[in-house]
Design a protein around this ligand. Sequence first.
Ligand SMILES: Cc1ncc(C[n+]2csc(CCOP(=O)(O)OP(=O)(O)O)c2C)c(N)n1
Ligand SMILES: [Mg+2]
Length: 1025
Amino acid sequence: MHRAGILCRLASPSRVAALRRASNGNTTTTAPVAQVRRQSVAASVKHEPFLNGSSSIYIEQMYEAWQQDPASVHVSWDAYFRNVEAGAGPGQAFQAPPALSHAGHAMTALPSVATSVSSGVDTNASVQSISDHLKIQLLIRSYQTRGHNIADLDPLGINSADLDDTIPPELELSFYGLGERDLDREFILPPTTFISGEKRTLTLREILQRLKEIYCNTTGVEYMHLNNLEQQDWIRRRFEAPRVTELSHDQKKVLFKRLIRSTKFEEFLAKKWPSEKRFGLEGCEVLIPAIKQVIDSSSSLGVDSFVIGMPHRGRLNVLANVCRQPLATILSQFSTLEPADEGSGDVKYHLGVCIERLNRQSQRNIKIAVVANPSHLEAVDPVVMGKVRAEAFYAGDAKCDRTMAILLHGDAAFAGQGVVMETFNLDDLPSYTTHGAIHIVVNNQIGFTTDPRSSRSSPYCTDVGRVVGCPIFHVNVDDPEAVMHVCNVAADWRKTFKKDVIIDLVSYRRHGHNELDEPMFTQPLMYQRIKQTPTALEKYQEKILNEGVANEQYVKEELTKYGAILEDAYENAQKVTYVRNRDWLDSPWDDFFKKRDPLKLISTGIEEENTAQIIQKFSTVPSGFNLHRGLERTLKGRTQMLKDNSLDWACGEALAFGSLLKEGIHVRLSGQDVERGTFSHRHHVLHDQKIDQKTYNPLNDLSEGQAEYTVCNSSLSEYAVLGFELGYSMVDPNSLVIWEAQFGDFANTSQCIIDQFISSGQSKWIRQSGLVMLLPHGYEGMGPEHSSARPERFLQMCNEDDVIDLDRVAFEGTFEAQQLHDTNWIVANCTTPANIFHLLRRQVTMPFRKPAVVMSPKSLLRHPLARSPLEDFAPGSSFKRVIPETGPPASNPQQVQRLVFCTGKVYYDLVSARKHIKKEDDVAIVRVEQISPFPYDLIQEECRKYKGAELVWAQEEHKNMGAWTFVQPRFNSLLSVDDRVVRYGGRLPSSSPATGNKYTHLQEQKEMMSKVFDVPKSALEGFKA
Ligand SMILES: Cc1ncc(C[n+]2csc(CCOP(=O)(O)OP(=O)(O)O)c2C)c(N)n1
Ligand SMILES: [Mg+2]
């Protein structure tokens, strides 16, 4: 709720009056409610002789508690608040508390409220009592706020987890003028603590002892930054209540067994493969019991699908002991085996899995997926979030009650990588929220060779979570029971508040960055200490033996049992003769592939009535909807285009989405300002001009039973949002997921998602995705940063060979499908509304999934020639990889002097220039709409049609950019048999993508045309593209 709303709710009329009087004694004040609330009790407090302004927050909290239940506060405060509400001014409201003995002061009995107002202020003794009471509150609050700063978090006992060795003064008794002499005095506790359990008073000694036990032991609880009293109280209850962290004997045994698995798994790998990198978990073995506890608890609370994103550290252990990927399959990854299926594969500590099994603790079936990830730390975070969101969407799990993300982080990466913040920032956005993830940081207090003091400027590595109001639990891994407690609280927190939470496992790294690294080079003292430090398992074993939870016999049996499991698996792994990349899929789509003919492409056209109905809907709003005047014209224009049989880009796009939605295909379009469209062409969400928040989305109102259309303006992030949409696209192949960049070049801030996931994901992890990237591109004089989507980069990353062997390749039949099947992605630059319509629909009708990178238009959105007739959308029609010349040169190809190939918007500039120089009969212009896979077959057809023509590749991009370097070798490979070559016509090479000077831009355009058409620049006088 909006903050002002909350203020109004809290401030009842009587309260407002009381607060006003309390603040200045003036009943006629007209200050707004919010202002009154702010000044209110705090201001009143300022005027009291015994208090000061900084106490205001306590008084306000107490006041709120008192309003709910007057008995919940100390009687002196009860009297005080009664008096304030009864009209007492500052200095008059305070009354002495009843006979609570304070250091020898005999207290006078509390007079009734009525008499107190008239009889005025009481004695010095009473003032002292209130003052002491307040000091205790401050002390308790200080521990709640800063106790974690001095908690015993480092298992090595060397560092402070917050990089600060000082003790905050407010945690010392002397700060409050208290000392030894006060330790046995009894104090009533404020309502903002639960340390006393059922009791209402404790001695100062007991209070301190409890606070230290709770806040300064092996758990540091950071939660006072949460701007929500209910949430603060919720956490207080779960840490402050006496004995709340204790485990039963059975729970301790489960924990012990899990520690055995985690520890012995790493030991086993180290023994069998001493010279292999595995990024072991040693030093933070408790991670495995921790994840399992989070899963157990969350599963009992209703979650049945967990999506895990994690880096290298401990990954094999997670796959083995959390996911229960068969051990033999994991161990076989250590052998040098031939792959049995497609894909180039990836190293073993990057692979994903998806496993379904029974959770023994909750007795419920659960699914656990670990998402495959690249080496690039934290890049997988948004991908996981998108996958969770999509899973929940398809399962109808609107609040993610059954689906949840667990994200694992390293301390250095968590603090250092910006995508962490970008991903957190998606947390509460309506179309992106996953209703809370549980983050677990393997905080081994080092990043490769770098100390925390050199790798972050914030006290904790987890401080980024404070931005979104995450509670943060720092815990010393040498206290595995404390770890289990915070895991339970984290699961419960997520279930209750549907918000993120962070568990910071303060640990160490027993070996070097990997097992072959020497850590003594750079951290000699730390590693001397580590060598002397027993494992958490050894320590815990001793503890449960001492406590009598288990005996020697039990310990021995459990150790032997797991040892035998490992040895068995090792033997079985020797029998494995090949690796199957398929075993490591995080999002299997088995059903999808079974039903498809792998090389069949179908028509993507739709019936004319369907087109008409969608455009009709796209042009109207329900009656009573107050549409913007300008948009009335736009919508009318759409109806008119239908009548004129000439549809524009917005219609083409809407027809693709609308027709798919009606076929039951979910469409999601996400990116900055996509609802309206950066260039205002789209208007998919219409806003009522008179009623706040009332919107209408015509494409969600097409027909009964249609699929849902999600169009959502994203946060201003490319990295996280593109990653999110990629994750979203991984869940259901029968969907169209699109990310649109504001301008194409902004995609470079998400380069990691493009390079590491989209272009190479299928090859590394045999994972397919039909994600579409719309990247506005085109040279329109807008300057270096808004002109180029850098098509050259996407083209350079295509896996297609730039040489074609014409003796071996047949162009008929399945050539087009085979090319699409083999490519890592499609790069296209469409020039007509019908072609973008078909391209988008083809993404879903293809028998496999490929990402599509589309150079999308800007000015073309409204270009009068960039229109398509209805028949271009009709049944039988489909995507045109190449659009041939249809004008006069096509009917007289022998006469044509020059055949110009181009791609994208420059086509319209070329047409205009050709007209200007009156070469409409002599020059044919062909559009290459799909640049990759390169349409060898159709290009050959065009070249052979215009036998005598000079061949030119025309582009508006500079020579070292655009498609030239991609198309040139391909053309030449095709043309060599006919003894022809292709010539370049375009801008010279440049370091900057485009000029920022409009004049220079126009000059460059002319120069380009003069080269393409081989005419002097003077022939282009007056030409404007
Ligand atoms: C984006 C990125 N930059 C750099 C690296 C190289 N690198 C691999 S691990 C590592 C240290 C990571 O430290 P931390 O996050 O604390 O994890 P730890 O290895 O300590 O578990 C670095 C710098 C990387 N993998 N990804
Ligand atoms: Mg680290």
